[in-house]
Design a protein around this ligand. Structure first.
Ligand SMILES: [Zn+2]
Ligand SMILES: [Zn+2]
Ligand SMILES: [Zn+2]
Length: 113
């Protein structure tokens, strides 16, 4: 799933590395402190394996990979909710576009392989 997350401007690691849970798993010295967390969330896109289509964006504040050791509580700050609203609105209008857009996407994929 695609998610929004905050990165540290000092070391570019995830904000979650700086605030408890993950701390200690990293050898990064910056992550031992509070870091310099960018208030603007970064979109981390994931793609379905066959097809290469972008996966749906996870809603801020929900649990990601619930029930696994990789679970991660997504940030639910105002900026994340704003970005989520912007991105989901854009995706909605894109899916209504004609089939010409999707065939252009397919040729781009075949060229890259
Ligand atoms: Zn770090
Ligand atoms: Zn840092
Ligand atoms: Zn946030």
């Amino acid at each position: 799933m695609s998610v929004l997350m905050h990165l540290c401007r000092g070391c570019r690691h995830r904000a979650t590395s700086h605030d408890g849970g993950d701390r200690g798993y990293s050898s990064c010295r910056c992550c031992l402190g509070p870091g310099d967390i960018d208030p603007e969330p970064v979109l981390v896109e994931t793609f379905r394996c066959p097809g290469g289509q972008p996966e749906a964006l996870y809603r801020p504040g929900t649990l990601w990979n619930a029930g696994t050791t990789h679970r991660l509580e997504l940030c639910s700050c105002t900026r994340c909710h704003q970005r989520y609203a912007e991105l989901t609105a854009a995706q909605g209008s894109r899916s209504g576009a004609s089939s010409g857009a999707s065939s252009a996407g397919l040729s781009a994929v075949s060229r890259s392989r």
